[in-house]
Ligand binder design. Sequence first.
Ligand code: ADP
Ligand code: MG
Length: 589
Amino acid sequence: MANPFKVIGSVVRVAGPLVEAEGGLHAHMLEMVEVGDNRVVGEIVRLQGNRIKIQVYEDTTSLKPGAPVYGSGMPLAVELGPGLIGAIYDGIQRPLEVIRASSGQYVQKGIHALALDRKRKWRFQPVLKPGATAGGGTIIGLVPETALIEHRVLVPPGVQGKVKAIAAEGDYTIDEEVAVILDNNDQEHTVSMCQRWPVRQGRPFLAKLRLSEPLITGQRVIDTLFPVPKGGAVAVPGGFGTGKTVVQHQIAKWCDARIIVFIGCGERGNEMTDVLVNFPKLTDPRSQRPLMERTILIANTSNMPVAAREASIYTGITMAEYYRDMGYSVAVMADSTSRWAEALRELSGRMEELPADEGFPAYLPTRLAEFYERAGSVNTLSGKPGSITIIGSISPPGGDFSEPVTQHSKRYVRCFWSLDRDLANARHYPAVSWTDSYSEYLSDVAVWWDGNFDPQWLSMRNRIIELLQQEARLQQVAKLVGPDALPDAQKIVLEAAAIFRNGFLQQSAFDKVDTFSVPAKQIKMLKIILTFYEKSLEAVKAGASLADVQRSPLRSAVLRMKSACSNEEIEKLDALLKEVGNFKVEAGV
Ligand code: ADP
Ligand code: MG
């Protein structure tokens, strides 16, 4: 490839990650540039007359006034092709390994690491013949990218025509030509296994689809109470230590999306190191293969420049869209979006923009919207459906949810898992509050649950929510009159709610059996608890006391079932349900 860079200006001022330059005649807004002799990478974020402001992704300490600015003529883009899966990148898609190898611990200036390996050969198998119609998004061949993911080689968007030539099955590098498309104006377009796409622009698709299939996370409070469909968007706010990262990791590990893109913006100094050490060790529970064989990691460590952190969520979502376009379901996790928003705030401050809420720029809501709007279930250009689910965690300072990032995120997501400080303090994990959380996707996914598992799913789910609400009201009453003053029928409500909280909602990420529940297990557990509740009420109405109910060995069996019955032993739950259905207590026995 010819080097497209041309000098377009020279540096006049350096302020941390922000560089001002003069020249600018041939500069474009959002153009990718390189600055100085070290050629550090940046992006033009402001153009005023002949003044350019550049957001630089690397250390700027060596830059001095007078240093040249080279324009690329292109926006900041990522490389897309086989080799993405399993990779660990920084916020502008530089492989972390390469950066590390060349500089030890820190990201050095001006490292031009290519995102994808140029020398590696991939086994390409054509799926089209010469003469076939092919346009942007058409799958022309297949490459076994990892043991878990088949890479579907796509014609880049924007081309429409017929296959003139296509490579025979064989081993090719990503730069080699694998097809030639002749467009309707008789122009030839060569297609390789690598394409570029600007990160701040969503990739095109045919149509948005209705969301209907839930993303199964195996976390009961999520799947049963506050479900998110494939293609949905969720915000997960929570104060420090309430379990945001554990929730994100659990979903990355267990959810039934085919591909995981994990964007880590670490909160604690060593948190990203944890991710970098731990993720590569994780096993995909379904295939027993390394989880990295279906995962792309983006790591923003605290020693990386803020601008790269700002770019990281766009880099991540663009790679996710590329796999969506192959017809895959992709789950994108951003942990935490607050660190991203802070990068935005810092850069805005450096540009001396007028601050809005709490120092964040006035365009914070727009940027959040642009991110979450890239979630969705779509009909791709290839004709196959694909989806992107976004799960963004938020760490509000002081756990105060009235702050701007939480409030604005709320406008663009339809699902909200609110992590509760009191629950976390009581070691009730996942600390997802059942009073403050919501999912507006409930009726979308109910059809799936009702059709695949139980036509009673939605009504059972609503009954249990009602039970929890009743509990909250009764707890208020009990505070005034003392719990003993409540009639037994109301004590049974409190008892059943407690069983549901401890025996269903509480789910340890660290328990081998309990860490993940298949949908069939969740729905059976739900049914068992509701049945136990009904039978207990009947017993009390027939004269039994709360103590009689609590003495029953069935009660402890119900409380234990989450970890006593593995996902492979669901029939044990059928037996338990039967016993619970026949549950009778006689008063005072
Ligand atoms: P945050 O990211 O919100 O600061 P973390 O996700 O790091 O919080 O969680 C803090 C701690 O809470 C974890 O180290 C773990 O001990 C506990 N925890 C959180 N979620 C769970 C869970 N589902 N099961 C068991 N422990 C949990
Ligand atoms: Mg965390």
